[in-house]
Design a protein around this ligand. Structure first.
Ligand code: FE
Ligand code: FE
Length: 164
């Protein structure tokens, strides 16, 4: 069997996050519809647009490496999104719903941050500066989204969840 190298690993993880992003872009509208507070809805909608951009950036990276843009089933994101849907169900109409949705969304962002952080470093190691730059742009947006979600939790969602 041919040796597998960092190039193979890089392509494999690109396919993983490509699959994940396409699942996430479909999950975000459900989360936006489910959220109670307008600012939480707005945050999910904003990130839905950004996520569409992440998908397009990944397609550019696939092109840069001369490989086909295909997804590879990622059980990790499937599980994280499944938990989010469970929360949406279990906390529907409850005071803690938005706090639950913000927490679910942060689990998604943290998964993405882990993946893009690794991919960016691997792209640098592989001497693919253009790919690294694209991956870093998305990494920055995922980080900003995570911080925006923390701010939503602090500015009301968690307090509202306390209400008896
Ligand atoms: Fe993303
Ligand atoms: Fe994201």
């Amino acid at each position: 069997m041919a040796d597998k190298t960092l190039n193979d690993l890089f392509y494999d993880m690109l396919k993983d996050i490509y699959y994940a992003e396409r699942k996430i872009v479909k999950a975000l509208p459900k989360m936006a519809r489910g959220a109670q507070a307008e600012e939480v809805k707005a945050a999910f909608k904003k990130h839905q647009d950004e996520t569409q951009g992440h998908i397009e950036r990944l397609q550019e990276v696939f092109e840069l490496v001369g490989k086909r843009a295909v997804g590879k089933t990622c059980p990790a994101i499937d599980g994280i999104l499944e938990e989010g849907e469970e929360m949406l169900d279990e906390f529907k109409g409850m005071a803690a719903l938005d706090a639950a949705l913000v927490a679910a969304a942060q689990a998604v962002e943290h998964y993405e941050i882990a993946r893009y952080g690794t991919l960016k470093r691997w792209a640098e190691t592989l001497g693919m500066a253009d790919a690294a730059k694209l991956l870093d742009q998305t990494l920055q947006e995922e980080g900003a989204t995570d911080e925006a979600l923390s701010a939503l939790a602090d500015s009301g969602a968690n307090e509202r969840a306390l209400a008896a």
